[in-house]
Design a protein around this ligand. Structure first.
Ligand code: PMP
Length: 304
């Protein structure tokens, strides 16, 4: 990642990619306190466009607010930086990563005295869960790690520190030959994937867990809207792992993972063991939106 051409924005300056460095005593490097976003830009007929940019930047502001970090840049300024990160790097489609972190001005758990820094980078990133995942679906295992209790890590924040848990879960899943982990909350109800929200479909109804212990995903909200527009009933409720086993369809949603069908959970085949009709329909509608082909939702796109 560090050795490529291009530019990274750091604290108001565009730096050559290889020179965008931080000090070894950076506070966030030691204690994991900070937050970030993951945003995608897609190629459209009118050039690259960023999907739901304002929603992502609102969530970044919310994340910083939850962590009591004062963001030194407003949404309009960050939106302009995200657009420029795509154009300046000559990208037609991109993954955009804004990151808010505390600097090396001070160490010790209490960050008082450490400055807030903001970075934005953009690069091409294909299918997050591998080339075939979107088409063929993936195999998932329920993790032995629980997702955070809301009074341990506040999951509404896309906080860096919540990802140690995600990393443990995804490594365990891959070690055991699965593609992704499904995490339960501390009470044993389904929460989310290591970096995706989860939906199940049963008898035509689209169900998702409450976001108590899950990130309030922007793809999740997009899918909710698209499902309702397609005449499907959508509901958030507590979901048990055996409800997932017995679902007709299961799929994961995320900016990086987009809409990824799940065809097996813990060795149990889901539905017919292939991506289901509702998942396919939602995928089609989602990809039409991100590529600017759905005229009803062009307001979700910000031209670069
Ligand atoms: N949950 C977690 C833990 C995530 O990291 C992500 C990815 N940001 C999601 C859910 C999905 O969120 P979004 O659709 O906003 O990308």
């Amino acid at each position: 990642m560090q050795d490529r051409d291009g530019y990274i924005w750091l604290d108001g300056q565009w730096l050559p990619w290889r020179e965008a460095k931080v000090h070894a005593l950076t506070h966030t490097l030691h204690y994991g306190y900070g937050c970030f976003e993951g945003i995608r830009a897609y190629e459209t007929a009118h050039g690259p466009a960023i999907f739901r940019l304002d929603e992502h930047l609102r969530r970044l502001q919310d994340s910083a607010h939850i962590l009591a970090i004062d963001l030194p840049f407003d949404r309009a300024a960050l939106a302009a930086v995200c657009r420029e990160a795509v154009s300046r790097n000559g990208l037609r489609s991109a993954y955009i990563r804004p990151l808010v972190f505390l600097g090396a001005e001070k160490l010790g758990v209490d960050p008082a005295g450490a400055d807030t820094h903001v970075m934005v980078a953009a690069w091409p990133w294909g299918a997050y869960l591998g080339g075939q995942a979107i088409e063929a679906g993936i195999r998932v295992r329920v993790s032995s790690y629980a997702r955070h209790h809301p009074n341990v890590q506040m999951c509404r924040a896309k906080a860096i520190s919540t990802y140690a848990n995600s990393i443990l879960a995804v490594r365990e899943a891959r070690r055991d030959g699965y593609d992704e982990a499904l995490l339960l909350d501390t009470e044993g109800y389904v929460a989310e994937g290591s970096s995706e929200n989860v939906f199940i479909v049963r008898d035509g109804e689209v169900l998702q867990p409450e976001t108590t212990s899950a990130l309030d995903g922007i793809t999740r909200r997009t899918v909710e809207t698209l499902a309702r527009e397609a005449g499907l009933a959508v509901r958030a409720k507590r979901i048990t792992r055996d409800e997932v086993y017995c679902a007709d369809e299961v799929f994961l949603t995320g900016t990086a993972a987009e809409i990824t069908p799940v065809v097996e959970v813990d060795g149990r085949r889901i539905g017919r063991g292939q991506p289901g009709a509702v998942t396919r329909r939602l995928q089609e509608r989602y990809f039409a939106c991100v590529k600017g082909e759905d005229v009803a939702h062009t307001d979700w796109l910000s031209a670069v």
